[in-house]
Each structure stands twice: as structure tokens, then as C-alpha cells.
Unconditional design. Structure first.
Lengths: 275, 323
């Protein structure tokens, strides 16, 4: 542990950084190339002539692929989804952490049990359910079903269990009811956990792929990941356009990540030591 | 755990009063609220949970017992026929299903060792004390925040056999630059596994890092006094200390790899041939593109039972052995 890190260590760190960041930069640079330059052999790394053509095509030239609309759809779905998760999971997690009631163990056990059930089991029945609700090809198909996952409730319960009870006790002595205590005492103290869960839910929803490609149909209803995979359908793929689209999907989450990486990483770390 | 221990506690005076708090107070009178209060707190989640998890979990079994074509009005009950078909080599479902199971199995076997070991080495590296540690941890974790659509599209381009930059970089380094990364085996499997490592290495690494932080430094100091080599420290301190974390990582990584879909959907399109067409691809294509949901549901339950058995075997194989 006390050993000093020599030049070999720093060389390794440098190589690893290139491996993880390099491909993203190459793709970003490709978005500024002409279509023919994106297919040269050997490939160029920097565009010989910088061009905004790919972005022009991506945003304005293809009426069948309303990319800006996809971007807004993705944002709206992820925002509503994260908000819904925060509300339902912080309410339920608080009840499971602090309240005594009949069937508590059975309810908690049933929720935990589903952590072990693979998600693909629910694809077909939920598709039928959305059909009955009239939610196929609607944004609600992306916002609501995923909020029933067990992780958020479990995560919030664990956090509330770790909060000192004194604050809530004194609020109750002051005459605050359970809902008031939850809203004005517990939630403000749970801000770090709420940020973590909110960001993880937002990222998961923004990135979701398998669900939107099957429950959305109209071009103007797609999310960015679902839409981008259809851009590939062209006879010869216009790679600068597809790469510009991929960057449009990547840059918002990378920017979010830069600001809240501590919360994301700690949230992930906490998922591994829950046992 | 890290989340629950490092939180600054904010004084309650900084909290803004809730606009709706007064109204709800009447409904939940008394210091501890009424006996219905817990259920009120639980009800929004439980409503979603029952609707989109509990009911569908059982509905899926019901569907699998029918010849359930979404587009046809009649969905006749067929009992266990959909399941029997999966084990009858004469049925049209048999070949594609087991081809998918085989592809999923191959991907699990070739990807999991790398997805378990490489993040551990990365975590051990990041567990040293050096300036910029948080920065490098964030860099290596960065690809994980991208979605599979972005990862799949970008690597499909980078791995293109003729003009892709992976071959470009390799030939610039004097290595063979004409490998058919996405269109020939075994390269297609190697590509899919490597892309998955690139994408998700940070996830397992961060979980290992949390586990490494719980191993007391004195154990290493004592070992160093005894003249232990790096390998001995890894073998006798790090790995035993990480055992619970290791079990979690192996079990969840096997499940994640068995769920592989987006990478082969976007990078190899299930090819070459049908070789990378995984079980999930087969299930979603049959159930959600061709709408033959009865057969597809039966497949998904068979796959789920397989995965449950594999998880049990993993937990059993990695249990603490009494010597």
C-alpha cells in the first residue's frame, strides 16, 4: 500500500483511459466527416474537411426520422419516469422502514422476491396489459410499468433505516402527522438518496432499448435509442449521420454523469453490498 | 452502504413546509397516524407493483398455456403443448429455440470470466492511493452510463471489417488489419464479449471497490511483514475478503450476460447466420414481432427456470467451504 506508483503504473492508466474514452472521441469526430470519408481505407481519425452535413441531415432533412422529436420524447419519458419512481418508492420505502403493520413481512418479501425474477418474463404480459390500457405507442408505456421495480423501494428503505430516528420523534412530539413528518423532515434529509435514485432511474429510462422498440410504432412517438436503431435501415448506412445521432443520445447522459458521478457510482456500489 | 453512512444530516429548520401537509394530517390523525397510514404510504407503489409485476408474472403463465396469437380473436387453450414443443425435435419451435439457448450459453461462457476478472484487476489498481484516483474511476465507469443503442451503433461502425477503425488502428500498429470482426466466427463472439467488457467493466469494478474498502488494511500490513508476495496477498487476503461480493458479482453477471440482446441486435444482427441470435432475441422476435405470444411465453419461462438453476449452482459452488 505504501509502494510508490512508478511510470509503468501511469502508462497503464494512460492506456486504459485511451481505451475507454478514445472510441467515443473517434465516433464524435466521425460525425463531422463527409459520408465518403467515413468509409475510407485506411480510416482517417480527424476529418480532412470539417462538415456539419451529418447534423443537418439528422435534424432537418429526413421527415421520416424526426430526431429532435425523439430527443424530446426521451427527455419527457425519462423525467416523468424518474419523478414517478421517486414519489412511489420514497413513500413505500418509508412505510417499510419505519411503520409496523400487518402483512409487512409478506409484502416486503414479495417485493424482494421479484428482484430475482428476470425482466423478460414480463415483456409479453405487459405488452398485452398496455394494449388493454390503450397505452401502446404512448409515452405512458415508457413511464409507468418500469416504476414498479423492486430496486427503488429497497434502496429507499435501506436509506431510511440508516437515518437517525430523533428528528422524526421530535417532529411527532410537535404534533406533525406521518405524512407531514415524511414530507418536511424525512425527505429533506434523504436528498442524497433521492438524487442517486432519481439519476439512476433517469439513466435507465433514457437508455432503455428492448422495451421502446417493441411498444412504440409511430415515427413521431419513438425515443432516441429506438429511433436511432431504425436509422440503420437505409441501404448503405450514412455513418456520420448515425454517429451524430449516437452522440446526441450520449452527450446528455455523459454531461449529467460529469455533474453527479459521485451519486451514480455510490448508488451502484451500494447495490453490491446489500446482502 | 456508502450512501447510507456518509450523509450530512440537515437541520429540519431548512425544510420547506408541505402545501398539502395540513390536509393529509386530518386523515392520519394521532401521533402515530391511523392504522391505515402504512397502507396509504404503500398504495401507490403497490398499485403499480400488482398491475405491472404480480399480475403479469401470473398472466404470462396463463398465456403460455394457450395458442395465443395477439392478432387472432381465438386463443385456444393448449395446456402444456407450448412447453412440450420446446423439447420435441419435430416441432418448428425446437430448432430456433435451442439455437438461441446455445447462443446465450456461448455468450455467458465466453463473457463472464472476463467480466468477473478484469473488473477485479481494475478495482485492485484503483484501490491504490494515487492522485487523480476519483478522476480515473469516473473515466473507466463512463461507458456504463451509455445505453446499449449508443454502444451498439458506435461499435458496429468501429468494428466494420473493411473500413472500421479497430482494423485501422491494428494495421497502423503492424498487426493484421483485415479481421472480419462482425461477420465471421469466432470473431463475432469475441467482438460482442469485448464490447460488453468495454461497456460494463466499470459497474463490477465499482462493486469490487466497495468490497475492497471493507478489507482491513492491517491484514495487508501483517502480510507484508511476513514477506507475502502480491499473488499471495491476492489469494489469501483479497479474494477471501471479497467472497460475498464475488458471489454477488458472479450471479448478477451471469444473469446480465444471459439477457444479452442489444449488442447482437445492433452489431451482428444475430449473424453470421443465426450464430449470435440469443434466446432473448428469439423470444422477443417470436412474441413481440410475430405476436406468437403463447410459444414465446413458454420459452421465456423455460429460460427463466434455466437461469434460476444456474444461479443456485453458482451460489452453491461459491459458498464458504469449511476446511
Amino acid at each position: 500500500m505504501k509502494r510508490r506508483n512508478g511510470p509503468l503504473f501511469w502508462l497503464g492508466m494512460g492506456v486504459l483511459s485511451v481505451i475507454f474514452i478514445g472510441p467515443l472521441l473517434l465516433v464524435l469526430l466521425t460525425a463531422f466527416k463527409s459520408q465518403s470519408e467515413s468509409r475510407t481505407v485506411p480510416p482517417t481519425y480527424f476529418p480532412s474537411e470539417w462538415s456539419l452535413r451529418a447534423f443537418d441531415v439528422l435534424f432537418f432533412q429526413d421527415a421520416a426520422s424526426p430526431v429532435l422529436r425523439w430527443f424530446l420524447n426521451s427527455m419527457a419519458a425519462a423525467t416523468m419516469h424518474a419523478a414517478l419512481v421517486l414519489v412511489v418508492c420514497s413513500l413505500a420505502g418509508y412505510a417499510l422502514a419505519r411503520m409496523e403493520f400487518r402483512f409487512k413481512k409478506a409484502i416486503f418479501g414479495a417485493i424482494i422476491l421479484t428482484l430475482f425474477v428476470p425482466g423478460f418474463i414480463f415483456l409479453m404480459p405487459n405488452f398485452l396489459l398496455l394494449d388493454k390500457l390503450g397505452w401502446l405507442d404512448q409515452i405512458w408505456a415508457l413511464v409507468v410499468p418500469g416504476a414498479a421495480g423492486a430496486f427503488g423501494v429497497f434502496f429507499m428503505r435501506q436509506f431510511f433505516l440508516g437515518l437517525p430516528r430523533e428528528l422524526e420523534e421530535s417532529a411527532r412530539l410537535d404534533g406533525a402527522g406521518p405524512f407531514r413528518t415524511w414530507w418536511s423532515i424525512v425527505l429533506p434529509n434523504a436528498r442524497p438518496a433521492l438524487v442517486t435514485l432519481g439519476v439512476l432511474s433517469y439513466l435507465a429510462n433514457w437508455n432503455d432499448f428492448i422495451w421502446p422498440i417493441y411498444v412504440l410504432f409511430s415515427p413521431e412517438r419513438l425515443t432516441l435509442p429506438a429511433g436511432l436503431s431504425r436509422l440503420q435501415g437505409a441501404y448503405t448506412i450514412d455513418y456520420p449521420v448515425v454517429m451524430a445521432g449516437a452522440m446526441l443520445a450520449a452527450i446528455p447522459v455523459l454531461a449529467l454523469y460529469v455533474f453527479v458521478q459521485r451519486y451514480v457510482i455510490e448508488g451502484v456500489a451500494s447495490s453490491g453490498v446489500k446482502g | 452502504m456508502a450512501v447510507t453512512t456518509t450523509q450530512p444530516t440537515r437541520p429540519p429548520s431548512g425544510a420547506t413546509p408541505a402545501p398539502g401537509a395540513r390536509r393529509s394530517r386530518g386523515a392520519t390523525s394521532g401521533i402515530h397516524g391511523s392504522r391505515w397510514t402504512p397502507y396509504l404510504f404503500l398504495s401507490p407503489f403497490l398499485l403499480l407493483f400488482i398491475t405491472f409485476v404480480a399480475v403479469p408474472g401470473l398472466l404470462g403463465i396463463w398465456i403460455s398455456l394457450h395458442d395465443w396469437d395477439f392478432l387472432l380473436p381465438k386463443k385456444p387453450f393448449v395446456g402444456g403443448q407450448n412447453y412440450a414443443d420446446l423439447f420435441d425435435s419435430g416441432s418448428p419451435q425446437f430448432e430456433p429455440f435451442w439455437n438461441g439457448m446455445k447462443a446465450t450459453g456461448i455468450f455467458v461462457v465466453i463473457s463472464v470470466p472476463f467480466l468477473v476478472v478484469l473488473p477485479l484487476l481494475l478495482a485492485i489498481l484503483l484501490n491504490r492511493r494515487f492522485p487523480g484516483r476519483t478522476f480515473f474511476r469516473a473515466v473507466f465507469f463512463a461507458p456504463f452510463v451509455l445505453g446499449v443503442a449508443v454502444v451498439g451503433l458506435m461499435w458496429r461502425y468501429l468494428l466494420d471489417p473493411s473500413f472500421g477503425m479497430v482494423n485501422g488502428v491494428l494495421s497502423a500498429l503492424g498487426l493484421p488489419g483485415d479481421t472480419a470482426w462482425t461477420t465471421e466466427q469466432p470473431w463475432a463472439w469475441i467482438s460482442l464479449a469485448a464490447v460488453t467488457v468495454w461497456w460494463t467493466i466499470g459497474f463490477n469494478a465499482v462493486i469490487y471497490l466497495a468490497g475492497l474498502a471493507d478489507i482491513p488494511a492491517e491484514h495487508y500490513e501483517a502480510a507484508e511483514i511476513d514477506g507475502a508476495t502480491a499473488w499471495q496477498k491476492l489469494r489469501y487476503i483479497t479474494i477471501p475478503g471479497l467472497r460475498p461480493v464475488l458471489v454477488f458479482v458472479v450471479v448478477t453477471t451471469v444473469l446480465a450476460s444471459a439477457n444479452m440482446f442489444g449488442q447482437s441486435y445492433l452489431i451482428t444482427k444475430g449473424g453470421p447466420g443465426d450464430s449470435t441470435r440469443t434466446a432473448i432475441m428469439e423470444i422477443t422476435d417470436l412474441g413481440l414481432s410475430q405476436y406468437r405470444m403463447g410459444q414465446a411465453s413458454a420459452m421465456s419461462y423455460v429460460l427463466a427456470v434455466f437461469l434460476a438453476l444456474v444461479s443456485l449452482v453458482n451460489v452453491w459452488a461459491l459458498r464458504e467451504k469449511k476446511s
